[in-house]
Write a protein that binds this ligand. Structure first.
Ligand SMILES: O=C[C@H](O)COP(=O)(O)O
Length: 255
């Protein structure tokens, strides 16, 4: 059984003060019998407030990136030891905005995933093709290539040490969502890749989220697909009511 996960990615929105108030309000409004697991992936300066308010509750939290270096003279970087000290459960690696704007390679993403695993933090590894690749009919090949490269040398002893997020670049922040059928088709390919690389039990256990313009009005159809184990959600995770609606749209688990 895979527990469904709805993870908000706040990107570079809100302030620490706003975030702390939001976390508190969320805890007041979140249903006690929450079907899916909830998580918030927030900017680094929000993590102390997340730890103070969310630690020990039903809402997990984590960062949106991490340095590949453990520590040292790396101005502007944030280390995995800092994230572990702030009790992050998850952290995003390889988001397309970092791959594109910060030229992060698969090899760098793999190093970051390794650092997280070494410190007990679960990487949410993002993969997904740009529009021209999809239009050329190479979306599967491209996405599986990214997956392979971003997990090169990453020691994965169990499926619950990793979450994958399939985020087609053309669907991010554009209002264009992959159809539930297209998302399901890619998620099946990703799961089949894990079956080839590891085994069937690993493949059936690993959670694969969909990301790209997930909203309360399309979430239920996406999350109903057998291989879509929840979502990594940008814009629609920023408002409390829509984040709660997304959580309610998610089933408890997948077989
Ligand atoms: O990580 C989240 C994705 O980039 C999706 O963002 P979005 O829901 O605003 O399209």
């Amino acid at each position: 059984m895979r527990k469904t996960l709805v993870a908000g990615n706040w990107k570079m929105y809100k302030t620490p003060t706003e975030a702390k108030a939001w976390f508190k309000e969320l805890l007041l409004k979140i249903p006690t019998s929450l079907p899916a697991e909830a998580a918030l992936m927030v900017p680094f300066p929000f993590l102390p407030a997340a730890q103070e308010v969310l630690l020990g509750t039903a809402v997990a939290y984590g960062a949106q990136d991490v340095s590949a270096h453990v520590e040292g003279a790396y101005t502007g970087e944030t280390s995995v030891r800092m994230l572990a000290d702030l009790t992050c459960k998850y952290t995003i690696v390889g988001h397309s905005e970092r791959r594109s704007y910060h030229k992060e390679s698969d090899a760098l993403v793999a190093e970051k995933a390794k650092r997280l695993l070494e410190h007990g933090i679960i990487p949410i590894l993002c993969v997904g093709e740009p529009l021209e690749v999809r239009e050329a009919g190479n979306a599967v090949e491209y996405t599986l290539g990214q997956l392979q490269g971003s997990l090169e040398g990453v020691p994965l002893d169990d499926y619950d040490r990793l979450v994958v997020a399939y985020e087609p670049v053309w669907a991010i922040g554009t209002g264009k969502t992959a159809t539930p059928e297209d998302a399901e088709a890619m998620h099946r390919e990703i799961r089949a890749w894990f079956a080839r690389r590891f085994d069937l039990a690993f493949a059936n256990g690993v959670r694969i989220l969909y990301g790209g313009s997930v909203k309360p009005d399309n979430a239920a159809a996406l999350f109903a697909q057998p291989n879509v184990d929840g979502g990594l959600v940008g814009g629609a995770s920023l408002q409390l009511e829509s984040f709660l609606a997304l959580l309610e749209a998610a089933p408890r688990s997948k077989a």
